[in-house]
Design a protein around this ligand. Sequence first.
Ligand SMILES: [Mg+2]
Length: 218
Amino acid sequence: MVPWGEVDTVLLDMDGTLIDLHFDNHLWNVVVPARFGEREGMDSAQAAQGLYREMLASKASLDFYDLDYWARQTRLDIDAIHEEFKGLIRYRPGAKAFAAEVRRTGRAVFLATNAHPRSIAVKHRAIGLLAAVDASFSAHELGAPKEDDGYWRGLARRLGSGYDPARTLLVDDNDVVLAAAERAGVAHLLCIAQPDSTGSPRRDLPFRAIGDFAEIMP
Ligand SMILES: [Mg+2]
């Protein structure tokens, strides 16, 4: 599925790709609306609608992934909630072994994520995530979400002459992000069929999708 002879850089998304999206889905779709709703006197579904509807209807922005933005919007201690539920943070099937094997073959593995640096940090504390990659590039450091061309320009600048998008594989559970990477010349693109282990596998995705990373070991 991956022509490894044509790949020397691998970019891996974090939530829903390397890490089971169950943690984020539980935190943002269950815990945050329940606690916000409880304080504001509305049920969880109303709270989620009020908090997220506008954001989900608009183009992806950095705010959507910004822990400080959500702490202001909800007046909840979002960092403390991350800590409270960090036992749910785990790798997706085969993800840790895949990153290790790709690096063992001499290729570079980078984390390419929209996640806020403190969200990356809590995942690192839970499962040692940053030890699995050579470096991490958060959209918050590059100034644009991965859905925007600006992220890919920033990433190319940061990686310098060693980075050739034509010899790069991106694995990401977000097809809007995969399309943006494709516009930026990233040649090898794979999606994730089931980002949340408690959800159902998705069909009819616009990009080829994998289940377990064992399917694409170099
Ligand atoms: Mg993702």
